[in-house]
Design a protein around this ligand. Structure first.
Ligand code: CA
Ligand code: CA
Ligand code: CA
Ligand code: CA
Length: 287
């Protein structure tokens, strides 16, 4: 039998394979907490032992592989002062056997949680930090099907009933929209924590993994070292604009095959040196 030679297209694909492998980044390592966080709107007791990718702004996002100018953008105001920070933020994550701990520190020029066409599920028309998490990660591309969760926290100090939102899939149902069930979460917001801008905030969150991830995907077996998750952060910043500003970090939208890979790991030693931009700072230092 004649041995078939690769076509020109196949030869190009073969040449590209090592390049594709080289582009794969290592999973984001989410450490086990060594100090149990108190959910009070101050991350200083645990952030140095947490995962953080450092400060994100629109310029840094524009250099990433997942950047799309149609989706990642900020609202430009006529009266914006030169050099005014529209949005900069860093995000933290850590875990223990019960909870996933999430945090954000953000510099924002305007706090905006008004939505003229309000619906409880329209967190994306308000200032909001939302963690898209696939648990467990299954390698199949899905959009809010089984195992896909969006854990969304409005930056609204009045803490409305829709202020902690859960978009998710579960067996037989996609895009389920509901408030996070009572008893599964705690969150705290500190506005203007550095006396710099009334729009600045710190958000501190813990979410019970078993009742959330276990309902979304019966394949969830509990948190343990080595557990793989999908992760994307969506931070919306409308500031009066229509639909408004969006940061998408580690992913490109609702399809979970665009989300970054994260892995639960053991505690980060307190003396571990982290790379520039990892977000490690002295406790109490104003960012
Ligand atoms: Ca705290
Ligand atoms: Ca802003
Ligand atoms: Ca804002
Ligand atoms: Ca999937």
């Amino acid at each position: 039998m004649e041995r078939r030679r690769p076509t020109a297209i196949a030869r190009v694909l073969l040449l590209l394979l090592p390049l594709a492998a080289a582009c794969q980044t290592a999973p984001l390592e989410i450490p086990h907490v060594s100090t149990e966080p108190t959910i009070d709107g101050d991350l200083s007791e645990w952030r140095n032992g947490a995962y953080s990718g450092g400060w994100w702004d629109i310029e840094r996002l524009s250099q990433t592989s997942w950047y799309d100018p149609e989706r990642n953008r900020l609202t430009i105001h006529d009266d914006e002062k030169p050099g005014e920070i529209d949005l900069q933020a860093r995000y933290y994550a850590a875990w223990d056997e019960t909870y996933l701990y999430l945090g954000a520190e953000a510099r924002d020029n305007v706090n905006d949680v008004d939505d003229p066409a309000h619906e409880d599920k329209r967190w994306y028309f308000k200032d909001c930090v939302c963690w898209f998490i696939e648990a467990p990660r299954d390698g199949r591309g899905e959009a809010f099907e089984t195992g896909d969760n969006a854990l969304c926290f409005l930056i609204d100090e009045s803490r409305p009933a829709y202020g902690a939102w859960w978009r998710h899939g579960e067996p037989g149902r996609d895009y389920v929209e509901e408030p996070l069930p009572p008893g599964t979460f705690d969150y705290a917001i500190t506005m203007d924590p550095w006396g710099r801008s009334a729009g600045d905030f710190v958000l501190e969150v813990r979410v019970r993994m078993d009742p959330i991830f276990g309902r979304s995907d019966p394949a969830w077996t509990g948190a343990s070292e080595g557990q793989r998750l999908g992760l994307e952060i969506v931070h919306t910043d409308p500031d009066g604009g229509d639909y408004g500003g969006h940061f998408l970090v580690y992913g490109a939208g609702d399809s979970d095959d665009t989300w970054g890979e994260a892995v639960l790991v053991g505690p980060m030693p307190p003396t571990a040196a982290r790379g520039a931009g990892s977000g490690a700072t002295e406790a109490g230092t104003a960012p």
